[in-house]
Design a protein around this ligand. Sequence first.
Ligand SMILES: Cc1cc2nc3c(=O)[nH]c(=O)nc-3n(C[C@H](O)[C@H](O)[C@H](O)COP(=O)(O)OP(=O)(O)OC[C@H]3O[C@@H](n4cnc5c(N)ncnc54)[C@H](O)[C@@H]3O)c2cc1C
Length: 471
Amino acid sequence: MNAYDFDLLVIGGGSGGVRAARMAAQRGVRVALAEALGQDGLGGTCVNLGCIPKKLYSYAAHFAEAFEESHGYGWEGPAPTLNWETLKSNRAREIARLNGVYANLLRHSGVTLLYGYAQLQDPHTVRLATLNGDGSPGHTQHSAERILIATGGTPHVPHFQGREHVITSNEVFDLKPFPKRLLVVGGGYIACEFASIFNGLGAQVTQLYRGDQILRGFDDEVRHFAAAEMQKTGIDLRLNTGVVRIHRENDGLHTLLENGNQITVDDVLYATGRVPNVAGLGLEQVGVAQDAQGAVLVNDTYQTNVPSVYALGDVTARVQLTPVALGEAMKLVDHLFGPPPGKAPRSMGYDNIPTAVFTHPNIGTVGDTEAQARAKYGRVTVFRSEFKALKHTLSGSTERTLMKLVVDSATDRVVGLHMVGAEAGEIVQGFAVAMKAGATKAVFDSTLGIHPTAAEEFVTMREPVPTPPAQ
Ligand SMILES: Cc1cc2nc3c(=O)[nH]c(=O)nc-3n(C[C@H](O)[C@H](O)[C@H](O)COP(=O)(O)OP(=O)(O)OC[C@H]3O[C@@H](n4cnc5c(N)ncnc54)[C@H](O)[C@@H]3O)c2cc1C
């Protein structure tokens, strides 16, 4: 006789929750997964409001450049125009298909799907707010030996006059009508990506950022280079300023900036950060420790201070990326229920996490920035190449590519690899494997290039950038 309804109850059907539930069920344990948004929420932020729809819109935006650039290659005729309604409905259809794929994967793995908003009642009990058959509110209650919180994050908009007029990344995919003039507030990767996407789709985009330069945390040279390239594509980037207030007039949203300027736009997209999704989860009631921003605090094996409660992914506000949530889920399942037969338990390393920013052009990066490497290793050697990609010798585009390698001088190990240029994410993924394996610059040098590609530049850079006098 089992003391609990389930061995594991996962709250949240996003990247981390779905992976943990499926893997645990495959080990033969009794698993339930609760998702507040029903089947439409399966896949979480990544599938519904993040990586996937964003990348689809990014592909859409890149067509504008391709049409323009094709003239240099002899293609003639007027540029096609965008049907925003078609893009939105095709995206929605694909996302609904993915929601169904996730539901099937979970059911076929033996996971019990529970649709409703979950709240912890005690360390082993979850109450689920549901709807009765007649649409009236109801609830169910479920017990589990272990509970996993994987509720992700949600956009944060600061308080200011006119806040009610702004949208976030949750609403941006379904804007009606298409915003001819869009103000993007924020300098992180989500803000930059949407600035590039809507600029590519034909909006007049202004991007505001309070700091000196966008993309804090990325290599400084990459930040400056990417900002300059984004401006070349037509984004009006305004640094060191923010929004004072917004009010609606007949001709749009009048936005007063901290520098005294005023701009009028159709929509204002706030992408100024995300906070852990913990509202109404009952964490305080059960005594689950959180940091000042609400992030659930966990140890190395994702256990909270309440021994039966675990948490992973964005709700722990560590590295907020889908592959990280997936990696954490696999590590946790191996830890709790054992690895698959014949396999060693999986680990999850937080070093050398490769990442891409889908701006125009893309950014791809893995390992240390130059500044981080100097702080960590003291003496570093930097290799840098900036060029016009072969494609643009005929396309007429002025886009340039930047590639950079940061090498620990003492060991010759490549500790940072950065690129701004077409398909940077695709290119950097492969190099991330080499860096995980500890590749040295000598190994890069002895690797033959694939010619003619942009990527070959990473294995043909021979002359280091002169060392700054301070070193
Ligand atoms: C615009 C945008 C673009 C992004 N692009 C990328 C990218 O290109 N690459 C990348 O790696 N990452 C990207 N991310 C980040 C990525 O989406 C997240 O890191 C990832 O989804 C985190 O997974 P998770 O499982 O922690 O949470 P989520 O995927 O957010 O899932 C949480 C789920 O929990 C549900 N939930 C919340 N509260 C409850 C409750 N009380 N009861 C039941 N269910 C609940 C939610 O409905 C949701 O379905 C992007 C994010 C955004 C916002």
